[in-house]
Design a protein around this ligand. Structure first.
Ligand code: ADP
Ligand code: GN1
Ligand code: MG
Length: 364
């Protein structure tokens, strides 16, 4: 980071209610959306750490509504949870606000740092993945009686896969960067699965799959585990809490964490669905949900896994066609590479579909 930028970020951080001197501000984490920094402050010789984040307003068009959701949900969870210290703590500005708007128009917020924790891009053990599943399942259970009418929809149609499919068609039609010609096979893969895109919405119309208050971004690196015990400490990245399906929260974790490779692995021979991890997550999620889900919902967990993988892969390809304006990318074809791993995972799920169904049935 350039020195001038560091000064700018340090100055922004000084608008928050942080005791002592702010010493450092370093880019942090691997999120694809917001800009995240680690802050180090010192007060009377004691150092403390915080997370400073600028909310991505290209993605979250109404950041005030995002912050309203975050405040309401964290307050609700803190009152309800048996372990209130496990809930994210937002540090107010010096004026007592939830965020600070800089001169450049950017929206900034500060969270206290979840100490003594680890944040994984891939589970290191089956137990890690199981524990992340318990955390997201519990999160869903705790939010079961959250007053849904008080929530803003921070990204309209976020996991509306049929709508995502239409956005994909639009991107192909517009072909803003002239990239469509070189990715015909990838495009065809998603086009061939149009019918599948509506499976969860159809189940919802048939009364088999209710809308609940869900997290909607249940990647392994959105839950912090205790560095010593490896038990869940805290669910983070609360910007997309909105009405959604239980099975999509399950599914997003599977597409990210039950893959044998990272989301942007270039060597596709390394990418497949690890059925053992799929089973661990199923057990942990159901345990965390504690009897919340109906048997109809549970039987749709494999559909949730395939839907989230298909949808996310299609979103990466849509962004590639649109010129990489949504997800942060590190190199030119990054979104294409990400989309290809998702194609490989969907293919593998289709190959092991009966086994996935059997595993879920056995967990009921
Ligand atoms: P994004 O929406 O861009 O994914 P996140 O809120 O998930 O942003 O933050 C990005 C990363 O920063 C997380 O994956 C995690 O590693 C780290 N992080 C975020 N909040 C905290 C926190 N309160 N304590 C410790 N690390 C955090
Ligand atoms: C984004 O913010 P992050 O990195 O946790 C995205 C998710 C995608 C994910 C793909 C708000 O998650 O929907 O599944 O990247 N978040 C948003 O890794 O679009
Ligand atoms: Mg994140």
């Amino acid at each position: 980071m350039q020195a001038t930028n560091v000064d700018k970020f340090l100055n922004i951080a000084r608008n928050f209610n942080i005791a002592g001197d702010i010493l450092e501000c370093i880019p942090y984490g691997k999120g694809h959306i917001n800009s995240t920094f680690l802050l180090v402050a010192e007060n009377n010789g004691v150092k403390s750490r915080y997370i400073l984040q600028s909310v991505n307003t290209n993605v979250f068009k109404k950041p005030c509504e995002v912050m309203s959701n975050v405040l309401k949900v964290t307050r609700f969870l803190r009152e309800k949870s048996e372990n209130p210290e496990s809930i994210m703590v937002l540090i107010p500005t010096l004026d007592g606000e939830a965020f600070f708007q800089g001169d450049d128009g950017n929206f900034w917020r500060v969270y206290s740092f979840v100490e003594n924790s680890i944040c994984l891009d891939m589970p290191e053990t089956e137990e890690d993945f199981y524990q992340s599943a318990v955390a997201f399942g519990e999160f869903q259970r705790l939010l079961d009686d959250f007053p849904v009418d008080e929530l803003f929809e921070t990204i309209p149609n976020f996991h509306n896969t049929p709508k995502r499919f239409l956005d994909f068609l639009e991107a192909i039609k517009e072909d803003k960067c002239g990239r469509a010609i070189s990715i015909k096979e990838e495009i065809q893969f998603y086009l061939d699965r149009e019918d599948f895109c509506s499976v969860l919405y159809d189940a919802n119309s048939e009364g088999k799959l209710p809308f609940r208050v869900t997290h909607n971004d249940t990647k392994m690196n959105n839950v912090m585990l205790d560095a010593k015990t490896r038990k869940p400490l805290c669910v983070i990245d609360l910007d997309t809490i909105m009405p959604g399906f239980s099975v999509t929260d399950f599914g997003d974790s599977i597409r990210f964490g039950a893959s044998t490779a990272e989301e942007d692995e270039k060597d596709l021979s390394k990418v497949w669905l690890d059925l053992k991890l799929f089973e661990c997550y199923t057990k942990g999620f159901l345990e965390g949900c504690g009897g919340l889900l109906s048997s109809n919902e549970i039987m749709l967990l494999p559909e949730g896994a395939k839907m989230m993988t298909l949808e996310c892969g299609m979103r990466f390809l849509t962004d590639y066609l649109n010129g990489d304006t949504y997800f942060k990318t590190a190199y030119t074809d990054h979104n294409l590479v990400r989309s290809r791993t998702h194609i490989k995972l969907v293919q593998d799920m289709e190959k092991h579909w009966d086994e996935m169904k059997r595993i879920v049935k056995a967990c009921i």
